[in-house]
Design a binder for this molecule. Structure first.
Ligand code: SF4
Ligand code: SF4
Length: 381
């Protein structure tokens, strides 16, 4: 298992994580065994947005005696009322629900205290002004939550969270289908209406949000990486083709700013399938060919950072050059951090000899040689 630094938190989290929402589908013992199996495979981050006692107890019993081997994303604002999940900023419900989380997780702290699920401006304004956010800061000041995070499906909210400064990481929904859709406050609308004329490459607002996360060192963890399973099924996939888990994991992990993808698991075999990413070949990870050969797609001309254009006779890491070029050109002034990252590449765009052998391998028709010239001019090397 490889580990990545999660933004400003500095925590080293496993690339493949554990999304806990299916735990309650199974007998308690079975789910505990599954979590322990995942830990044996090197998974060290688990998301617990769930307010129900069963899921929380399962995670708590799994961590008993080995609390330090897990990083927990615990949510503030996810409550359980009359046996139902209720999202709220009302402290009369938020506080007892968070205290219940600590108790059932058998812990005195939560590594990543997540401001739970904000998708609308109204909710953002409500949550960020008043007793809810005061409570979050108080938990942080007292060391009960070690880092402040936020979960959202809306890049507009994500950008506000990055700009807020005190939010160190974000749990965000990322997959190739969601990435084509404009920002919305209605999560449900993301699951339908993928008409052919709406498939027009990565939505600029989303792309900008990922870039901001990378620039500002706000770590991203990923939810809904498989689009609720629809992208694994040709008949439900908006692209008209099925992806493999490894391809979708690779897609998520190659977005700027991303540290970990949290997958849901019912079985040990599903854990194995996700963790097999670590040993997968470039061909097995290749989501780009799947998108490019899909009956429905239109990423043409956009670099998806897939790395499919390798090898370069000058050993230029074309995907990274393109990523830094995109990061640099979406804003008026090129950030120094991007320049430094670019300059630390072993081979820069200036070494490109314009052979264009890469271009025939790019499934998206990116004019790579021309971009190398532009990148070299922009960065001065
Ligand atoms: S230039 Fe094309 S092949 Fe290379 S990383 Fe970008 S999209 Fe992939
Ligand atoms: S055109 Fe430039 S980047 Fe592409 S393979 Fe040739 S040298 Fe490498």
């Amino acid at each position: 298992m490889k580990y990545r630094t999660l933004g400003k938190t500095g925590l080293k989290v496993s690339e493949i994580g554990f999304g806990g929402e299916w735990l309650e589908r199974h007998e308690e013992e079975e789910s505990i065994e599954l979590l322990k199996y995942a830990a044996e495979k090197g998974i060290n981050i688990v998301d617990c947005w769930m307010p129900d006692p069963k899921s929380r107890d399962i995670i708590g019993k799994t961590m008993e005696g080995n609390r330090d081997s897990w990083y927990v994303q615990g949510h503030i604002g996810s409550t359980y009322q009359n046996g139902q999940y209720v999202r709220t900023r009302d402290l009369n419900h938020v506080r007892p629900a968070f205290e219940d989380l600590l108790k059932r997780l058998r812990t005195d702290h939560i590594d990543l205290g997540m401001i739970h699920y904000i998708d609308s401006m109204e909710d953002w304004n409500n949550a960020m002004n008043g007793e809810f956010i005061d409570y979050v800061h108080r938990l942080h000041d007292e060391g009960i939550i070690r880092h402040i995070g936020l979960s959202t499906h809306n890049p507009v909210i994500g950008k506000l969270a990055v700009e807020a400064g005190f939010i160190e990481m974000i749990l965000f929904s990322i997959n190739p289908a969601f990435d084509m859709r404009p920002a919305t406050e209605e999560l449900e609308s993301m699951f339908g209406g993928y008409d052919e004329d709406q498939l027009s490459g990565i939505d600029p607002e989303r792309a900008r949000f990922y870039q901001m996360c990378e620039e500002e060192n706000v770590g991203l963890t990923v939810m809904k990486g498989f689009f609720g399973g629809a992208l694994l099924d040709k008949d439900r996939s908006p692209f008209g083709v099925a992806f493999t888990p490894v391809q979708l994991i690779h897609y998520a992990l190659t977005r700027p700013g991303v540290s970990s993808i949290l997958c849901g698991y019912d079985t040990k075999e599903q854990v194995d399938a996700a963790v097999s990413y670590e040993d997968a070949s470039d061909d097995e990870k290749d989501y780009a060919s799947v998108i490019a050969n899909a009956p429905l797609h239109s990423y043409t001309g956009q670099c998806t950072y897939c790395g499919h254009c390798k090898p370069c006779p000058k050993d230029i890491d074309i995907a990274m050059v393109n990523k830094f070029y995109d990061l640099a050109t979406v804003q008026e002034k090129v950030p120094q951090s991007v320049v430094e990252h670019y300059k630390s590449l072993k081979h820069t765009a200036a070494e490109c000899i314009g052979c264009k052998s890469c271009e025939s391998r790019c499934p998206f028709g990116v004019k790579i040689a021309g971009r190398m010239v532009k990148a070299s001019a922009l960065f001065g090397c």
